[in-house]
Design a protein around this ligand. Structure first.
Ligand SMILES: [Zn+2]
Length: 112
């Protein structure tokens, strides 16, 4: 029997699921907040338009960030299920439990 990498933190699955639920909700909120930007009709001048474009860009960045967070947490849960959770993706060493406690979705160890 091959020894599977055991999660260093027994409750990490719960932590990840909880964080994923929060991240999912955050993503939905961010999207609905910024989707409104597109619907705004502008009768203003160039400055207004530039400001709107900048605000839309900020919105897109925030949406991207929220989406990435959801993806990272999903990937961490996938690794947990696959039995590869906690292994550094670069050097394959075990990631410090302290690091995983702070960043449960961490994919690399501190040295990498
Ligand atoms: Zn590493």
């Amino acid at each position: 029997m091959t020894a599977m990498l055991t999660p260093v933190i027994p409750t990490v699955g719960v932590t990840l699921s909880t964080q994923l639920a929060v991240a999912d909700a955050d993503y939905a909120t961010t999207r609905s907040l910024h989707d409104g930007n597109h619907a705004v009709a502008f009768a203003g001048d160039a400055a207004d338009l530039a400001e709107a474009a900048a605000s839309q860009q900020t919105g897109n960045i925030e949406i991207d960030r929220a989406a990435r967070r959801v993806a990272e947490l999903r990937a961490a849960l996938d690794r947990l299920e696959a039995g590869t959770y906690g292994a550094c993706e670069r050097c394959a060493r075990q990631i410090d439990a302290a690091r995983l406690e702070v960043l449960p979705a961490a994919r690399t160890c501190v040295s990498c």
